[in-house]
Design a protein around this ligand. Structure first.
Ligand code: GDP
Ligand code: GDP
Length: 455
């Protein structure tokens, strides 16, 4: 089948792959003040991580690229909680749990001189449930005379306790050697990560909306795509395009251009190409054509970009063809079919005349910036506190679910986790999501709000 052959050919092209598997993740967990940050500093051998003498100072989860004996990994320092005596047991465990979920190996740090406290025990309980490799680091063992302090820690059931002094660096080598034995080659939960370079854009849309034309206009040259050239010239897989002084990598442009040579535009392969471009990109420009009604296929492609978790820009092409009547209907179609992505920047363009093509770059930047936005834990909880005080969850069957604490464990796109005492109504969840968008600027990015119910 000709489509399949062309597609296979595109997949074979190599050398331009902008993604590599993410390095494995090692998470450091433990209650405040046991020396996690000091240990992190020791491992990354720099002073980047802030060490506070005050216990419980708000500190978000921080990740660092790290290396040990020639092996790269991502080090995650968990510290984001607030000094709130009442909820601190829960919060320490909650934060640790999020980090553990995404980790390949966990280093559980406690104060070797203090021994296992009730908070430590709570974390251990959670760690057992997760069934991930855990190494037990007994910190603050600054001298050999103190080594005997660690023996009772065998009772925790986490295997051999590693005596370390993060302060002096003793024992950390043995700890890391042991951790490396459990660390897989690549992250099990991390997927692919970009290797740098220009930001990656997927220009997608149903056939005939003007993707190829827009690409030509943006690339600053009219390309004549002629059938007999196709066999002899190798189309680039990706193309570098400068918009408003910034370089962008438009991914899979061969897929955009090649469609023109295909005998029949099989929808299946078109969708496969769309999916592939989205997989490779950070931001999607979904192109729509204003001279025809918004179609199911348009909506499906937007949904694919949401499912892929990409930043989004909606571009309405063929604006030169728009008359007043069509414009009236277009606005209604947008209200009806695209209300769920009303947060996406909208750019009206004409690939034919080049009108407004300079609006695309700024829209891409806005979406990406918000896609990477991280709301500090303190700010998020201040926001949640005010919101819940002003609009408490309705009472259901004599019960009123409460939000205990919220955190944003990840970006690209932003993901929030709310710890609650019961299930929240879908309406209330939507309300929170809407207020998050109103309070913090999430123009151009999908956001996810998850719940974790605590009994
Ligand atoms: P975190 O809250 O778990 O990140 O703990 P920090 O790294 O901020 O350390 C808390 C306190 O313990 C700081 O005053 C550190 O200087 C101290 N500390 C950390 N590691 C050691 C160690 O190995 N020995 C001693 N004696 N003190 C340490
Ligand atoms: P693709 O299938 O999405 O790559 O779409 P093409 O770029 O091949 O364009 C499909 C058709 O729409 C071609 O005939 C283009 O000349 C035409 N077209 C593309 N953009 C515009 C535009 O802005 N205005 C008008 N009037 N026609 C356009």
């Amino acid at each position: 089948d000709e489509d399949a052959a062309l597609l296979a050919d595109e997949y074979d092209e190599d050398g331009a792959e902008p993604y590599v598997p993410a390095p494995p993740v090692l998470a450091i967990v433990g209650r405040p003040n046991v020396g996690k940050s000091t240990l992190v500093n020791r491992i990354i051998r720099s002073r980047e991580a802030v060490v506070e003498d005050v216990p419980g100072v708000t500190r978000d989860r921080v990740t660092y690229p790290a290396e040990w004996n020639g092996r790269d990994f991502t080090l995650v320092d968990t510290g984001g909680w607030e000094a709130d005596a009442k909820g601190i047991h829960k919060r320490v465990a909650d934060q640790a749990e999020l980090a553990v979920d995404e980790a390949d190996v966990v280093v559980f740090v406690l104060d070797g001189l203090v021994g296992a406290t009730a908070v430590d025990e709570a974390v251990v309980k959670m760690l057992r449930r997760k069934k991930k490799p855990v190494l037990l680091a007994a910190n603050k063992i600054d001298s050999t005379a103190q080594m005997t302090e660690v023996y009772p820690l065998w009772n925790l059931g986490l295997g051999e306790p590693y005596p370390v002094s993060a302060l002096h660096g003793t024992g950390t080598g043995d700890l890391l050697d042991a951790a490396m034995k459990h660390l897989p080659e690549t992250a099990q939960y991390g997927g692919m990560v970009p290797v740098g370079g220009p930001r990656r854009v997927a220009l997608v849309g149903r056939p005939n909306v003007g993707k190829s034309s827009l690409l030509n206009k943006l690339a600053g040259e009219e390309r004549v795509v002629v059938d007999n050239v196709a066999g002899t010239t190798r189309d680039p897989v990706d193309e570098l395009v400068t918009l408003a002084g910034e370089e962008w990598r438009f991914v899979d442009t061969a897929g955009i251009r090649r469609r023109q040579h295909m005998a029949s535009g099989s929808e299946y392969y078109a969708m496969l190409r769309t999916q592939r471009a989205l997989d490779k990109a950070e931001v999607a420009v979904v192109l729509l054509a204003v001279d025809e009604p918004i179609s199911e296929q348009d909506v499906r492609i937007i949904q694919m970009s949401l499912d892929a978790g990409r930043a989004l820009v909606l571009a309405y092409n063929k604006w030169d063809l728009l008359d007043d009547e069509r414009r009236y209907y277009l606005e209604r179609e947008i209200d009806r079919d695209l209300a769920h992505v009303a947060w996406a920047p909208r750019v009206n363009v004409s690939a034919r005349t080049g009108w407004h093509k300079d609006k695309l770059g700024p829209a891409l930047s806005t979406s990406l910036e918000n896609w990477e936005q991280r709301i500090p834990t303190g700010r998020l909880n201040a926001f949640l506190g005010e919101l819940v005080a002003a609009h408490p969850h309705p009472v259901r069957g004599g019960k009123q679910p409460r939000i205990l604490f919220g955190t944003q464990p990840s970006t690209r796109p932003p993901k929030f986790v709310l710890f609650t005492t019961g299930f929240l109504d879908p309406g209330y969840r939507r309300f929170i999501t809407r207020r998050l968008r109103e309070t913090f600027d999430f123009t151009g990015t999908p956001i996810e709000v998850q719940m974790r119910v605590r009994e």
